[in-house]
Design a protein around this ligand. Structure first.
Ligand SMILES: NC(=O)c1ccc[n+]([C@@H]2O[C@H](COP(=O)([O-])OP(=O)(O)OC[C@H]3O[C@@H](n4cnc5c(N)ncnc54)[C@H](O)[C@@H]3O)[C@@H](O)[C@H]2O)c1
Ligand SMILES: [Fe+2]
Length: 375
């Protein structure tokens, strides 16, 4: 038995950004974006067509931190007239911040109680959200959750509420042509991780698998060509499509062990999210080699192989992009990696994983008996 549901309307295409005033439809709106000139120019263009926003929050920093989010939410509280819709123009950090503002409606304490203790879920009424992703990676434009970081406390929280699905997402590949090489690789690998994570997942189902296979095949076919031709809008469109499809895949499963492993690596070793959640993918493919079902079917459909042969292909792919599949290269030693596997398996996302701690350690060549490690 399985179910699949995703209520987001996606409007996709080069130039679809011009639909944004229609999507706002005369409502009082808050605009959330980055401080860079490129985004300021887009905001000015929007203001000219949709009227001035009720509030602009344009100091979004990568990996939205709980302290800055509290301060930004207070700017909503100070408004006489609350916005009727929130427009997120940016990557995952912008869309996830917008989800926090939508859930808080100016009351950060209520949002925080829900975020940390799941308190008040029944009274949380998030504002409607319009997402315009400018990275092809997080899939946040079609999910109902957002990642909130607490750098000081060394923590990461996941905001999740059915009311946080954007009502509309405008996916415009033309907005992505200015992404530099490093960011293109990081965000593309984040999307690959989302698709594979939805396969070795307790909530995997035939619809999520179909999206995951199409997404992973899209990333693998496109990313190496795109990094050699960053201004190519057709390749940007292929990557944007793959990232949104990966979003549809994990919108119903959440992520799993690779993301669970990644959060402390980002917090402790400053490794960007897209790299931290993808370098371990070949190792995880090896660790699920004995699993059947949707996981095996999906991996076979993507790589034409499972187990070692699929993992070796993915290792080659990562290395060609300059990404090492070896945790030592991120400043993590054997002892720390064992600790991270323990933490990850016990973590919220780790519990979605269909594999075992033992098979992971063996695939990482950290098994009790190294001779038993999978070659
Ligand atoms: N909600 C989810 O389901 C989900 C999934 C995965 C990751 N995340 C979170 O998303 C965040 C990462 O988001 P991201 O990878 O999209 O990056 P980001 O939003 O953090 O942006 C990173 C940098 O890219 C720049 N940038 C963005 N778009 C650009 C463009 N079109 N041209 C040039 N520069 C551009 C920004 O100015 C910024 O400096 C992390 O906090 C991560 O934890 C959320
Ligand atoms: Fe991710």
């Amino acid at each position: 038995m399985w179910t699949y549901r995703n209520p987001v309307q996606v409007r996709f295409g080069s130039g679809i950004f011009s639909d944004l005033p229609t999507a706002i439809a005369g409502r009082r709106y808050a605009l959330i974006t980055y401080p860079d000139d490129y985004f300021r120019a887009l905001a000015a263009d929007l203001g000219g067509k949709a009227g001035a926003p009720a509030l602009v929050i344009d100091d979004i920093a990568p990996n939205p931190d709980i302290r800055l989010l509290a301060e930004q939410t207070a700017r909503f509280a100070a408004l006489q007239d609350q916005p009727e819709v929130i427009v997120a123009l940016g990557g995952g950090s912008v869309i996830d911040s917008a989800k926090v503002f939508a859930a808080a409606r100016g009351d950060f304490a209520a949002m925080e109680a829900f975020l940390k203790k799941r308190a008040g879920a029944e009274t949380l009424r998030p504002l409607p959200l319009i997402a315009v992703p400018t990275t092809a990676g997080t899939g946040s434009e079609v999910t109902c959750w957002g990642t909130v970081w607490d750098a000081e406390g060394g923590n990461k929280f996941s905001l999740a509420h059915g009311g946080l699905y954007p009502e509309v997402s405008l996916v415009d590949p033309a907005l992505m042509v200015g992404k530099p090489r490093g960011l293109t690789i990081q965000t593309g690998l984040d999307a690959l991780s989302h698709s594979l994570e939805s396969l070795w997942n307790r909530s995997a189902n035939p619809v999520s698998m179909a999206h995951a296979v199409a997404a992973a095949r899209g990333v693998i076919a496109t990313l190496p060509r795109l990094v050699a031709d960053l201004a190519n809008v057709d390749l940007r469109a292929d990557m944007a499509r793959a990232a949104t499809l990966a979003g549809f895949a994990f919108s119903n499963t959440k992520t799993a062990i690779a993301h669970s492993l990644s959060y402390p690596i980002t917090l402790r070793h400053d490794v960007p999210h897209g790299i931290a959640c993808s370098f371990s993918l070949p190792m995880i493919i090896r660790s699920v080699a004995d699993q059947g079902g949707i996981c095996a079917e999906g991996i076979q459909a993507i790589f034409g192989a499972t187990g070692n042969a699929a993992a070796a292909q993915l290792e080659e792919f990562l290395k060609k992009l300059g990404v090492s599949p070896n945790f030592h290269d991120y400043g993590v030693d054997d002892a720390e990696f064992r600790e991270l596997v323990d933490l990850a398996i016990g973590g919220e996302r780790g519990q979605n994983f269909i594999g075992s701690k033992e098979s992971l350690l063996a695939a990482a060549r950290l098994g009790a008996d190294p001779r038993k490690a999978v070659a």
